[in-house]
Design a protein around this ligand. Structure first.
Ligand code: ASN
Ligand code: ZN
Ligand code: CA
Length: 332
């Protein structure tokens, strides 16, 4: 029987109508992406173990954009994996999480009213809950990019998930998840420096995190202090998220794609951004070359300076901007 790679339609909850790469086998289609390492998307149907059921059906249209259709979250997750794969490939030349051309897999509809999503090294997979009341699945694009990036961190620097290295691990996922969102081309993901702005995680429609001024979430650190490593890793990440925003866009007020930002500095200095594309290259090079499992904020400053020197030269404007952005978040 006929077997082949197809382009299906995903009617997602968060990214509008998108193309999804699928597999046809005879008269059946599945959410299997043979063009990106064989990534598969499974439906746990509220279970919490195993892989559940591979999304498969007789049509190549997935979900209907509403939360009541089980395929909608499947479409979002498949799209997230697809765009994250393409982001790493086309931005850094990285072929999958281990750079070996092999895909992870994704599971949606985990548990009941489960308000989280997570990467797990042991299954080499991403898992998504359906959110409060099973109404707000955690399958938005920046969240998918965040979770898959935990796999990349785990297989590169291996930043330990506690203390300052844990904050750097979390920030790496926020930085790359944001990179994915700006990278993807669709009707709704124009890109922003907010994390989880579409998943209504606090029930008030506000984002989970803010990179221009992390303390806007009520718990994250804007600046380094000697006790920052005592915070939860999703809050100590603020220092590096703030660094990344400043390095990309600079300090002060700015509107990007209709979103207003106002990024302060610790010492009142003015930072001039070098653009997100260069900031991403610097972070990725540092992550894959200089960061180790125990890198702390001082080490991150050193590692990103080395990366900037490798990429742009030690007397470049980019190198100086890295130093200025770290100083602006009190990492000296
Ligand atoms: N969604 C969370 C994260 O990826 C799960 C966790 O706390 N590890 O950071
Ligand atoms: Zn995370
Ligand atoms: Ca976002």
């Amino acid at each position: 029987q006929y077997q082949g790679i197809e382009t299906g339609v995903g009617n997602t909850q968060y990214s509008g109508k998108v193309d999804l790469t699928t597999t046809q086998s005879g008269s059946n289609y599945s959410l299997t992406d043979a063009s990106r390492g064989g990534h598969k998307t499974y439906n746990l149907d509220h279970g919490t173990s195993g892989t559940g059921t591979l999304f498969s059906q007789s049509s190549d249209t997935w979900g209907d954009g509403t939360v009541s259709n089980a395929g909608t979250a499947g479409a979002d997750a498949a799209y997230g994996a697809q765009e994250t794969w393409d982001f790493y490939k086309n931005t850094f030349g990285r072929s999958g999480i281990k750079n070996d051309g092999k895909a992870a897999y994704s599971r949606v509809h985990y548990g009941n009213s489960y308000v989280n999503a997570f990467w797990d090294d042991s299954c080499f997979c991403m898992t998504y809950g359906d959110g409060s009341g099973n109404k707000d699945p955690l399958t938005a694009l920046d969240v998918a990019g965040h979770e898959m990036s935990h796999g990349v961190t785990s297989n590169t620097a291996g930043l330990e998930y506690s203390g300052e290295s844990g904050g750097l691990n979390e920030a790496t996922s926020d930085i790359m998840g944001t990179g994915v969102e700006f990278y993807a081309k669709n009707s709704t993901d124009v890109g922003d420096y907010l994390i989880g702005e579409k998943i209504n995680i606090n029930g008030d429609g506000k984002p989970l995190r803010y990179m221009d001024k992390p303390s806007k979430d009520g718990g994250s650190a804007d600046y380094w202090s000697s006790s920052v490593g005592d915070l939860d890793v999703h809050n100590s990440s603020g220092v590096a998220n703030h660094f990344f925003y400043l390095l990309s866009e600079g300090s002060g007020a700015k509107t990007i794609n209709g979103v207003n930002y106002d990024s302060p500095t610790h010492d009142g200095s003015t930072v001039t951004g070098i653009g997100r594309d260069k900031a991403l290259q610097i972070w990725y090079k540092a992550l894959t070359t200089y960061f180790t499992s125990t890198t702390d904020y001082a080490g991150a400053r050193k590692g990103t300076l080395s990366a900037a020197s490798d990429l742009y030269g030690a007397s470049s404007a980019e190198y100086k901007a890295v130093a200025a952005a770290w100083s602006a978040v009190n990492v000296n």
